[in-house]
Every structure is written in structure tokens, then in C-alpha cells.
Design a protein around this ligand. Sequence first.
Ligand code: IMP
Length: 431
Amino acid sequence: MFGDGVRCLVVVGSQWGDEGKGKIVDVLAKDADWIARYQGGANAGHTVRVGEDEFILHQIPSGVLYPGKRCALGNGMVLDPVTFFQEIDELKARGHEVEDRILVSFRIQLVLSYHKLLDRAQEESRGKGAIGTTGRGIGCAYEDKVARVGVRAVDLAVPDRLRELVESGAARANDKLRALGSQAEVDAAALYDELSALAPRLSARACDVGLALRKALDRGDKVLLEGAQGAMLDVDHGTYPFVTSSNTTAGAAATGVGLGPTALDAVLGVVKAYTTRVGSGPLPTELPEEEAARLRELGAEYGATTGRPRRTGWFDAAVVRYAARLNGVTALAVSKLDVLDPLPEVKLGVGYRLNGEEVEEFPADLSTLARIEPLYETMPGWGTPSSEARRLEELPAGARAYLDRIAELTGLPIRYVSVGTRRQQIIDAQD
Ligand code: IMP
């Protein structure tokens, strides 16, 4: 994707997250100089396989496993500093020294222990209406950001200010926890001590990420902006309120790292060859449990962050068309095609019907979403493995027909097809 005038590429999930972005970013990172995340936090779980080793990255960009690549965590993220350093230390223990190659925005908001306590207490209080969050404190940290009471990385360098922010944050959190009927209580002094102990290490990584990336682009470096979650979890455009608390779509990539929108040259939309969702909320092409379980087992569909079983369904072209429009997707990467190999037939959601009429656009309200009926096309399965294919021509004919139909229904060219978890199990349609 880099080259041909593309120096800054955004990679976005175009379903409900878990599309296999980690693997695609890892593959593309080979040709990038910088890989930066622009939203979300430790709610993400990007799985990358190098040789026999599997890594699940939560906050560190997926390209970090290539030696020498520079990584950045943008201001649009919410960073849990404790688990961030745990992640770095775990990579080190497994032979990957990455700390010196990672920059963190001065302006990044921090996820503190009280955000995680509040996230869980709020979810419990929602009862049946629970969103099914990852419990990582994401929504609560973004609430504080928007309320202008958050703690940012830059605050760690100013002890008095940090103490003030932590004390007022803990007091507010304790009030909210009590109101929610939670027994948990935040100890502001212990939290301040924990953050002070991390401060020198985090401050050593902190800088103006937007400036660093602008200078890199001006030098001719290639920059990959890695999205987390997916378009249907975007706080504005997703299946609200069953969404995450950030803008996951490509427009947020510019603000989320501190570049201007004209810096973005292309957008690669990653989709799974079928659909999954973890957590509550609408999923129009969801399969009945017996069939859903089969696809779940075939695709090992368990959350990379929480281990929760993912809900599964057929590929939904209406969702991907919507996501493509929102993101300005210029090409697709289709992942996990090999998972469908054993199925006798595959279905494709081509659109929706409501009260006997075709629905043109993805509905905004939950009650309409609950009533729409997906329209399906059925295609024969291909019954032969696709996992050894390295060129489109080497794919089983049925698999190619399936991909061609996806391209037709979404109106997008398919640039990459992933046929397994290993780095080399990828097809570049331009090869
Ligand atoms: P939160 O982001 O933890 O607040 O969770 C809000 C919703 O987004 C829940 O339905 C989560 O399951 C979902 N979610 C958050 N992060 C991911 C992800 O990386 N992959 C898939 N779903 C996610």
C-alpha cells in the first residue's frame, strides 16, 4: 500500500473490531518507518504471530515486533501506564527490546485505577442493559477527558499538579462508586505514589507526537496509523450506545495523533471474511447459536483481551459499505478466509429489508435495527484449504468467487487476503 504517493496510511477495522488488524498492520509495518495508534487503549487486543511465537498487544502498536521501527501512542488514546510498562517488560522478557523505540504523546490521557473500578461498577449497575465493556476503564477515562478533569502524561512531570488532579479525581470517583453501591474505594495517596514511581519512565518517552510524525513525513518517512476496534463501535457512527467511547473511524486518525487531515493519503479497511462481535448490541447477520458455535470454534473466536466468546455471523456487505463510506476506505484487506474452508456453503448478507421494503442505509436507531431482516445470497463452499495460497490464482475457485462477490457488493478493490495467522500467510493482490 505504501509507494504510489502513499506515505501516510490509515488501517481501520470496518466491522465490530477483531477484524485481524494486528496481523495486517504487522505485515504492512515491514514497509513503514513509523506505526502510531490514534484512539482506544487497552481494550484492544491485537494478535501478532512471529514464527512460533504469538503476541497479544493491547496498547503498543502492532508494528513494534519489527526491529528498528518507531512507534507512537497518540493523544487520542487513553493510556493505562501500569499495564503499558507491563506490556513492554513482557516483550523484553521474550527477547524484544522495544522501549527506546516507543514515543508517547505529552497530551495522552491516562487511565487510572479508579476508571477501571468505575467501569466495572457502572456495568454492574446497568444490569440487562450492560454494554459488555472490556472493563479496562476506557469509557470512564474518555468521560474525564471530555469533562476536562483528566490526567495527561505531561502532568506526571509536575508533582504538585499531579497530586491535585489525583486527589480531586479520587474524591469524585469515590462519590460515584458510593452512588453506584460499590464497596470499592480509591486511596488517593497510594495512587499518587504509584504514578510518581512511574513518572520518570513515562516522561522519558513523552513528546509531541504530532510534531515527530510531521517531521518524519517531511523527511519522506512512511507512517502507518493503526486503528483499534471497528467502525461499528465508533461512538458517533456505530451501534450507539453499544459502542466504545472513541471515534474509531479514519477521520479521527488525524486528530488522534496531531496531524492535519490532508496528511492522510489512503485508508485500508480490514474486514473478516465473516462477522464477529464481542459484547452486547445489534448484529444483523448473527447466526443461531448452534451454527454460531461452529464458526466460533473454526475461527477460534474468543476475545484477545477478555477471552469472552465472540458472537458470530455471516459477512454483512451493508455494514462494510457503510464503514467504507465513513472511513473513505480506498482498499480492503480480508482476513481469516481460511476459516470458511470446511463449510459446505457460505452466505453473504447483501442488504436489509424492513416491512417488505429494502433498506438502503444502515439504520441509526436500535428499534429499527432490531426489526431489519438481512437478505442473503448463498454460495457453494470450496472444501479445499486456502491456507497455502500466496497468490490469488492459487486460491480455490470457490474462494475467489466469494472474494469477487465481496468486492462487487462493497464496490472496493481487495488488496490483501489473509489465509492464516502466520506472517507469510498473506496474499497481496498486486503481486
Ligand atoms: P469498552 O471499549 O471497553 O468501553 O467496550 C465497549 C464495547 O466495545 C464493548 O462491546 C466491547 O466488547 C467492545 N470493544 C472494545 N474494544 C474492542 C476490541 O478491541 N475488539 C472488539 N470489541 C471491542
